[in-house]
Write a protein that binds this ligand. Structure first.
Ligand SMILES: Cc1cc2nc3c(=O)[nH]c(=O)nc-3n(C[C@H](O)[C@H](O)[C@H](O)COP(=O)(O)OP(=O)(O)OC[C@H]3O[C@@H](n4cnc5c(N)ncnc54)[C@H](O)[C@@H]3O)c2cc1C
Length: 326
């Protein structure tokens, strides 16, 4: 959607067709496959949610690593818990208003089904196009999440992230305030074969989290850059190209950013520029992320406690460390 908006913004004459496999935009399974934490900054402020797209404005992030706890404050209007389904619909309305054609109930089976001069793969993780073309992918994490209503741990302005010594993290994010709803989930920096559902059950017990589970979702998260970003006339955006932020799994912001950059390159008829802009925007955090993921996988084999020690080194002295944004 961000690519469609961006293309139409910069060159209204280009015909844009968005193919969505579900019959509804946003209000489908994929639309809710997320913890919904989102932050905006710098020039990307244009992707700030508004109105019904916002469930909560986040002012604090509490991060727990072993016995250590860190708190990061955020000014109002920067970090949010989205009503992601509404947010996607808002983007779709914007794209349509600018002249993009959105075709729902339109599952692409093969890249050969598409005859555009330029193709943008925004099919999420795993990328349907990369699978078909046998292109390599980067680090992939695994997640499992439950939405719980009437919960005793709803705190509207705070997100909580609790790192686990098993090589991943748990999160407790506020969701719909009218239902005292929270998203409680677990994510692993790799596919270590754990039973995530069981891990979350134990976590909820330890944290004495109560409430009624009303939605369950899980899936893969690409941790950091997923090269290649461009292959022939295909640009990879969002999870298929830039992936999620390696430490936190935050991918919405990166999907919007990369989509916007792809749109600009297409509008200027210069898609070859896309990989270098992406590298410039994302490489710094990715280097740190991939060192961290590699160290984590080695430490897990030697002694899992070392994982927490490493994390604490990253965070030590960083009272204001900004985990949910870069
Ligand atoms: C459990 C979980 C929790 C997460 N929590 C957060 C969080 O709190 N904050 C955050 O920023 N990120 C979070 N993420 C990551 C975030 O959801 C993704 O990074 C982000 O959604 C990527 O956006 P995307 O547009 O690239 O892909 P997606 O959001 O996956 O969208 C892909 C779209 O392509 C459509 N599609 C797929 N295949 C086809 C096909 N063959 N034909 C037509 N249409 C197709 C899908 O229906 C979907 O609409 C989480 C992910 C998971 C799994």
């Amino acid at each position: 959607m961000s690519t469609a908006i961006s293309i139409k913004n910069h060159n209204p004459n280009i015909e844009v067709v968005v193919h969505e496999k579900y019959k509804d935009i946003g209000f489908n399974h994929e639309g809710r496959r997320c913890g919904e934490a989102h932050s905006v900054e710098r020039e990307w402020i244009q992707w700030k949610p508004s109105g019904k797209s916002i469930f909560n404005t986040i002012l604090h992030a509490e991060i727990t690593i072993g016995k250590h706890q860190y708190t990061a404050g955020r000014p109002p209007g920067v970090a949010f818990i989205l009503n992601r389904q509404e947010f996607i619909c808002q983007l779709a309305r914007d794209a349509e208003k600018r002249g993009a054609i959105i075709q729902t109930n339109d599952k692409i089976q093969s890249v050969d089904d598409l005859d555009g001069d330029v193709i943008v793969d925004a099919s999420g993780c795993p990328s349907m196009v990369k699978r078909e073309l046998n292109l390599k992918v980067g680090y992939i994490g695994k997640t499992y999440q439950e939405s719980i209503e009437k919960s005793n741990c709803f705190c509207g302005d705070t997100i909580r992230i609790i790192f686990s010594r098993f090589g991943g993290y748990f999160w407790i994010f506020p969701r719909n305030p009218e239902k005292n709803e929270v998203n409680v989930g677990v994510g692993m920096f790799g596919n270590f074969g754990y039973n995530l559902r069981e891990m979350l059950r134990v976590f909820k017990e330890e944290q004495s989290i109560t409430g009624t589970v009303n939605y369950v979702v899980g899936g893969l998260i690409p941790l950091g850059l997923q090269r290649p970003f461009l292959y022939r006339n295909i640009l990879f955006v969002g999870d298929t190209g830039v992936g999620a932020f390696p430490f936190s799994g935050q991918g919405i912001y990166r999907a919007l950013m990369s989509g916007d950059i792809a749109g600009r390159c297409i509008a200027q008829n210069n898609i070859k520029k896309y990989p270098s802009i992406i590298r410039k925007e994302f490489t710094q955090w990715d280097m740190l992320g991939s060192i961290f993921i590699r160290m984590n996988s080695v430490f897990r084999k030697i002694n899992p406690v070392l994982f927490c020690h490493t994390l604490n080194l990253f965070f030590r002295g960083e009272k204001e460390f900004d985990l949910i944004s870069h």
